[in-house]
Design a protein around this ligand. Structure first.
Ligand code: PHE
Length: 481
């Protein structure tokens, strides 16, 4: 028996998935990582991964959700059972749950920065400020664990309330306004960047491909970012796929999601880099890039306080529609497995993630250097979580590709995809061979280079742990039929 409701409107999945995909990953993470990794080569690996690996896995992950109609953990359990294959495949669900905790813990802290800037914009605090003042303002924000914790708390409570109270529908209606409006304001910022910044330098930076420029760590970051920006490989898409109407075409939906998501990242990237080069800022300055650059543009633009205020409100909307998709898979699992109510499940998830998020908070001040994390892992807690994200999401995607490509039957896939045999053959070739090989290739090159000897150990523990959990945690009476 399926335990899920199904969304009545055909377009709801697309809207929810775009809501999940478009968020801080496009506006904050893409420009900051591209900037740190020299631009063009990073962009090339990122874009290639999205189209050759991301889209096929997006189809695969949605398919697994829709075929099981359960939360990722229970769903993988069910599919492994009905296909008479190893229970270890449930590890896809467990890995996803782990990623959800890690990602949400820092996502919420960064979204908190947007709360700060919404406030600063609407009160006009930064109007007319120069580059030094805005940079100093950002540094002051980072230096305050109290402020960061406050904003982190506000954001995670808001996310929890949306999922816990089941007010997705309100969000859905909101998204129809938020997404187009966000895109329009980004275009306004881009236009400002073109006229007042250095657009040529921005296009040169992003589109001059010299693959030798990209370090091995950069390869891993570019691939990880493609998964991150599509919300791929950790169960969010699978959880939403479980609610998707059976009639909708997976192929077209997946392509639409990838195109929209990439368009937003590119406009954001071009706008930010035009401003960065125009104002002589440092493209490789790290996670603060967007928060130093855009407020500066709004400070100088006519009507900038208002436009900036609206912009940051929209950023928060986009971040919220992503964070709820991080809570959903874990919450749905807790509800299905332990018979909790939705609010109880969400409460557990949110409290645990909030606590973990404090490690990201102190990564920017108290434990910015010389912390325990630096000793053990050679980096701050935030940097460690980012690194783990870049490993866990492609790893989840790899397993999803293998399961969908090799375990699901031909007729099942045809039924889900509703496509002709050529597309089917192309998709199957990509999930069976290309996607796994691409992920494995990048892993084999980049992971041995990671400094901090505990990283490989953690990887091993995570994988073994996930498999063991998949085998033992669920007793037989919780098995799927
Ligand atoms: N894709 C989201 C973004 O770009 C982040 C996200 C990752 C959301 C994983 C859900 C799952 O902001």
């Amino acid at each position: 028996m399926s335990t899920h409701n199904i969304w009545i409107h055909k377009g709801t999945f697309l809207l929810a998935a775009v809501g999940s995909a478009v968020g801080l990953g496009n506006l904050w993470r893409f420009p900051y990582l591209a900037g740190e990794n020299g631009g063009g080569a990073f962009f090339l690996v990122y874009a290639l991964t999205i189209f050759a690996v991301g889209i096929p896995i997006l189809i695969a992950e949605t398919m697994l959700g829709r075929a099981s109609r359960r939360s990722p953990i229970m769903g993988m359990r069910f599919l492994a059972h009905t296909h008479h294959t190893a229970r270890a495949w449930t590890s896809i669900g467990w890995l996803g749950g782990l990623s959800a905790f890690l990602i949400l813990s820092f996502y919420s802290v960064i979204a908190g920065w947007a709360i700060h800037y919404t406030w600063q914009m609407l009160t006009g605090t930064l109007a007319g400020a120069d580059a030094e003042t805005t940079a100093a303002g950002f540094d002051a924000l980072l230096a305050s664990p109290t402020l960061l914790t406050l904003y982190h708390t506000l954001f995670i409570i808001a996310s929890g309330l949306v999922v816990g109270l089941g007010v997705h529908q309100g969000i859905e209606r909101g998204l129809r306004v938020i997404m187009p409006a966000l895109f329009v304001i980004l275009l306004v910022v881009l236009a400002y960047g073109v006229t007042h910044g250095d657009f040529t330098a921005a296009t040169d930076f992003l589109f001059t491909f010299n693959i030798a420029d990209l370090s091995l760590a950069g390869w891993l970051e570019a691939m990880g970012q493609s998964f991150f920006t599509l919300s791929l490989g950790m169960g969010a898409i699978m959880a939403y796929g479980a609610y998707m109407s059976g009639e909708v075409s997976l192929t077209r939906t997946a392509i639409a999601i990838a195109v929209i998501d990439t368009a937003v990242a590119m406009v954001a990237g071009l706008a930010i880099f035009s401003l960065v080069f125009g104002a002589g800022l440092d493209a490789g300055q790290g996670p603060g890039l967007m928060f130093v650059t855009l407020p500066l543009a709004f400070a100088e633009m006519p009507g900038g306080s208002l436009i900036g205020g609206v912009f940051f409100v929209l950023v928060l909307g986009a971040a919220l529609s992503s964070s709820i998709s991080l809570i959903e898979p874990v919450a749905a699992y807790l509800v299905e497995r332990f018979d909790l109510t939705r609010p109880q499940a969400v409460f557990i998830m949110v409290v645990a993630t909030w606590a973990l998020g404090l490690l990201t908070v102190v990564s920017f001040n108290l434990w910015a250097e010389n912390s325990l994390f630096h000793e053990l892992f050679g980096r701050s807690a935030f940097a460690l979580f980012e690194l783990l994200t870049n490993i866990l999401m492609p790893l989840g995607g790899l397993l999803i590709a293998l399961f969908a490509g090799w375990v699901l039957t031909h007729s099942e896939v045809m039924k889900e995809m509703r496509t002709n045999t050529t597309w089917f053959a192309l998709w199957r070739f990509l999930v069976r061979f290309v996607a796994p090989a691409a992920v494995a290739f990048v892993f084999l090159r980049a992971i041995p280079q990671i400094d901090g000897y505990l990283i490989p150990a953690i990887g091993a523990v995570v994988i073994v742990g996930a498999f063991a959990a998949g085998r033992t945690f669920l007793t037989d009476d919780n098995q799927a039929p």
